[in-house]
Design a protein around this ligand. Sequence first.
Ligand SMILES: Nc1ncnc2c1ncn2[C@@H]1O[C@H](COP(=O)(O)OP(=O)(O)OP(=O)(O)O)[C@@H](O)[C@H]1O
Ligand SMILES: [Mg+2]
Length: 259
Amino acid sequence: MSIEKGTLEIKALSKSFIVDGNPLQILNNINIVFPAGAFISIVGSSGCGKTTLLRIMLGLETQYEGDALIDGEKIVGPGLNRGIVFQDHRLLPWLTVGENVAFGLEKLKRKEKKLIVDEHLKLVGLSGFVSAYPSQLSGGMAQRVAIARALASKPEILLMDEPLGALDALTRMYMQKELERIWLFEKISMIMVTHDVEEAIYLSDKVVIMSSRPGIIKKIIDVPLPRPRDRASSAFMQIKAEILKEFHLETEYPFAYAI
Ligand SMILES: Nc1ncnc2c1ncn2[C@@H]1O[C@H](COP(=O)(O)OP(=O)(O)OP(=O)(O)O)[C@@H](O)[C@H]1O
Ligand SMILES: [Mg+2]
């Protein structure tokens, strides 16, 4: 059976880093399929290996045991079929918004580039800002440009590492709605790391819960709620409680308070 485009598969994956000359296991036997077209979030405590896992999916880390496959093929490096959005927008300050979005499209003709830039700035609601510079944008607007840039090369999968983490609470909720709208429009797979459990439930088909030392997948929780989701509904709250319970179980108190 052929694999649908946009499927990412992690099989028996373990990853260690050398720390102080010794191997330190970061990820242990990760097995998961990110189905084509799904929105999946990954939550887990700081340091449990979420960014490392994303870097493996991007092809930036290639030293590990096990397999990371896109559309059934081993990931050997970064590729245009995967886009990335980080917590900080990473726009180039000396380029305009339009030039930033066009940054990965250097092989295309000017006219084609312009069409793609216009299309994607419209998608993220920034049509009038093509000539603005990043310093003239708010945090939410800059992050929209980063999303437009990542989508401009038409990836099958958009990977996001805490993409809304630097925004204030209200802008963040607004951007969650925007991200949902973009996902529904683009119909591509999205994989998002977040520390915000509500954000994960609001956006995702499934929430992957990781725990640390070494990082494992502790639980995968389905979110079968209709969209757009009502954060105040009892079904939403119930799923939130179910996820938070997983965190309370692994809460550690490593700090002693000196009196
Ligand atoms: N290049 C590296 N060399 C050595 N150790 C590393 C390297 N990159 C990451 N680590 C270690 O791997 C562990 C996981 O890091 P990672 O950045 O994947 O965590 P994370 O879950 O994304 O954390 P956070 O939520 O704080 O972003 C950490 O203990 C980190 O110190
Ligand atoms: Mg991280």
